[in-house]
Design a protein around this ligand. Structure first.
Ligand code: GLA
Length: 736
């Protein structure tokens, strides 16, 4: 055991056979029970010492089986709160692990063999994961379990951070037997909680309608949230939370489960016949079958398990800090993100160098900081039916090459950003003509198009190398400051030509591992490029991609009102510094709704700010507003992107939406409040703030009025009533 740290974060009580992971905020306790099975005892607010009172109650329950070779009818895995279960071990709830052995059996009994406690946190090979800056920041417990018959070994890894209410968990399987086995399921985490009334929160959605907060009771049976689309998906994010029925934004218990992964996932919540609750989180076991030969290993992705007794804002605060400080990496991790204009909604693919130049010049005039050239600059792409896979500039649009245009952007003192969709192939492309075998395709079957495009088998080295070389040739020949990495369809035709028949079940996960490899290479080779993730908006918004790309396009829906819900929901699990938000034209192109430039600005300024419209078409009055927005955002940007974000009013629960940002030292607060529909007889609601210093006074810099922090938080204040729909107000409070 390494003892470079001052205080132990992990204890093992030999006599009780109990593990206690703790810091000042949380305790996580589990024990080794009869037969060597691990039993979960407690996860929640810190307890100083554990005195044995949570030993699992025993009872002779009908139709529950007992341990093989024993006659004790009161001990059964069927109702023990287990730490990590497996198929066939006598626990009839959903298992964490299903391992198929050479003789076809799927039964395993994993029992305790050994454990180690070390300082720091090991890296997970080939996978994104939370990290530590130095070993004293965290400690890691690794518990080794073994199935005696197959000699399959599981290492359950638990890292507890010293100053965060976070435990990172993952599992590594090693085949110590002599025959090949197959993993049919291997969850990254299991958490069994005692009988209680709980609710689960998920983030479902659709393209242009991502991450809505959904809250429901945990009832008997199994509820699962998942994606089988090859990516995280717009349809169901890979984050869930479990809370009490009375938990709200500011009070009450909540557990968060963030899977650090970008492919198929599944989060299962089961209430067993006796009311106990099991949570399983990991790679989706459907269409998953991974072969592990003798002496080989398999590492699951990591789950970040968080706890808050300060409601959902408390949970988000922990996650925002964790993802920003210990998942995001590189030069832009804490950098102020440039205010950009993107030409997508301004021109779509109908552009050329001459048409873009006035946009660039206007962007400079208005004080913007980056011009992003979106889809349509490569191959011979004039519409979405061609050229994916050909990452050379479209001569017709840029007769002298891309560099001349990039230089033009730079001489206007703007950074230059470029759109790519590296994982895709069009049938009408040079890449397809040369390598028709590079796409995912079932032999003999016509693959299904989506947006007229197909998916590259990015799990294959040759495919990755081709794409990598094309991209780096471009980056080496043209000065590029930012890349928008898009992914505009989901995976079908799951078959990899690189894998034998018995390994086809590995295709989905190998795709994700391949993507991570490619991203690791490119982000390491081009450390000065800011990468933004995108998948038809927020289809791959997850903690895994954040490890490579610190920000992501939140949604293809840029309507300010729709965005209120999308950004509100997204902020539950992801930091504001990761959420790109742009002002677009009104009426909005996705919803047809008309909103004021002020409201569009207020919503977009609540994220990583930019514009996505034809700046040259703005009226003189609008340009004045844009200039003001840009200079305001420059002033508030550090607080927006790196301050504390607090949700105040949920737009799905009424006619209001409000949120605020507080500087880390509480010296400044920026509040945005939105009224959705106008009313003839509005109620007189008071807006109450949060996160301020109650002992100090703050000045509203617009009105000059001074209030106590305690007043703003406890009494609140009346907002002025504006006529018309979709109004917004902004308040800037400064410590006096
Ligand atoms: C996706 C993105 C958009 C845009 C288009 C281009 O839909 O989310 O922002 O880049 O692709 O085809």
């Amino acid at each position: 055991m390494n003892s470079t740290v001052t205080e132990q974060l992990i204890d093992f009580n030999e006599k009780q056979r109990v593990f206690h992971l703790h810091n000042n905020l949380i305790s996580y306790i589990f024990s080794i029970e009869k037969g060597g099975f691990l039993s979960h005892l407690y996860f929640g607010k810190r307890v100083r010492n554990y005195h044995g009172q949570l030993k699992n109650p025993q009872r002779d329950r009908g139709f529950s089986d007992n341990l093989p070779g024993t006659q004790d009818r009161t001990y059964s895995l069927d109702f023990l709160l287990q730490e990590y279960s497996s198929q066939g071990d006598g626990d009839f709830r959903k298992p964490a692990a299903v391992i198929r052995q050479a003789n076809g059996s799927q039964s395993t009994f994993f029992v305790y063999r050994a454990h180690t406690i070390s300082s720091g946190k090991p890296k997970l090979e080939g996978l994104p994961a939370a990290y530590v800056l130095d070993g004293s920041e965290a400690q890691t417990l690794t518990v080794t379990l073994e199935d005696e018959l197959s000699h399959v070994e599981l290492e359950l890894m638990y890292t507890i951070y010293r100053d965060r209410p976070v435990i990172a968990r993952s599992v590594k399987l090693t085949n110590k037997g002599t025959t090949t086995i197959n993993i049919e399921k291997l969850a990254s985490l299991q958490l069994d909680l005692p009988a209680d009334r709980k609710q689960v929160i998920s983030l479902p959605g659709a393209h242009m309608n991502e991450r809505h907060l959904e809250r429901e009771n945990v009832n008997f049976g199994v509820k699962s949230f998942s994606s089988r689309r090859g990516t995280t998906s717009h349809q169901m994010n890979n984050f869930i939370a479990l809370c009490d029925p009375n938990t709200d934004e500011f009070t009450g218990d909540v557990y968060g489960f963030s899977l650090v992964y970008s492919g198929n996932h599944k989060e299962e919540v089961e209430k067993d016949p006796y009311g106990a609750i099991r949570i399983l989180v990991g790679i989706n076991d459907e269409q998953f079958d991974w072969q592990v030969k003798s002496k080989q290993s398999f590492q699951t992705p990591e789950v970040l398990l968080t706890y808050s007794d300060n409601g959902f804002n408390g949970l988000s605060h922990t996650l925002h800090k964790l993802l920003r400080e210990r998942v995001a990496r590189g030069k832009f991790q804490y950098a102020l993100r440039p205010i950009l204009v993107n030409n997508w909604e301004a021109t779509f693919m109908d552009f050329n160098e001459d048409k873009l130049k006035p946009l660039v010049a206007e962007a400079k005039q208005l004080g913007l900081e980056m011009f992003v050239l979106d889809d349509g600059w490569f191959g011979h792409r004039d519409d979405d039916r061609s050229s994916l896979g050909d990452w050379q500039v479209f001569q017709k649009k840029f007769p002298a090459g891309l560099k001349r245009f990039a230089d033009y952007v730079h001489t206007n003192h703007l950074k230059f950003g470029l759109w790519f969709e590296p994982e895709m192939i069009s049938i009408d492309s040079e890449l397809y003509r040369q390598h028709p075998d590079y796409m995912l395709q079932v032999p003999g079957r016509q693959p299904s198009p989506s947006r007229d495009q197909y998916v590259l088998d990015i799990g294959r080295e040759a495919v990755r190398e081709n794409i990598h070389d094309q991209i780096s040739q471009l980056l080496d020949s043209c000065p590029i400051d930012y890349i928008k990495w898009d992914m505009n369809r989901h995976l079908t035709d799951i078959y990899s030509k690189a894998l034998p028949a018995e390994r086809q079940g590995e295709t989905f996960h190998r795709y994700v591992l391949g993507l991570y490899k490619l991203l690791e290479e490119l982000t390491t080779e081009y450390p000065n490029i800011l990468f933004e993730g995108c998948s038809g908006g927020g289809g791959r918004f997850d903690a895994g991609l954040l490890y490579y790309m610190p920000q992501s396009w939140t949604s293809d829906n840029t309507d300010a009102v729709a965005r209120m819900q999308i950004q509100y929901g997204t902020s539950l699990a992801y930091p504001v510094s990761s959420m790109a938000a742009h002002v677009s034209v009104s009426p909005n192109q996705q919803t047809g709704r008309t909103t004021s430039l002020q409201t569009r600005g207020a919503v977009a300024m609540s994220g990583v700010f930019g514009y996505e419209l034809d700046l040259t078409q703005l009226t003189v009055a609008e340009k004045t507003v844009v200039k003001k927005q840009v200079s305001l955002y420059k002033k508030i940007r550090p607080i927006i992107q790196y301050g504390t974000f607090i949700r105040l009013l949920d737009p799905s629960k009424g006619n209001h939406c409000a949120w605020m940002f507080v500087a880390t030292d509480k010296s400044v607060a920026v509040v945005f409040s939105f009224k959705l529909l106008a009313e003839a007889q509005p109620d007189f609601k008071r807006l109450k703030l949060a996160g301020l210093d109650p002992q100090k006074d703050y000045q509203n810099t617009t009105s000059g009025e001074i209030f106590g922090g305690d007043e703003l938080m406890n009494t609140g204040f009346y907002e002025s009533i504006q006529p018309g729909d979709f109004n917004s107000q902004m308040y800037y409070f400064k410590l006096v």
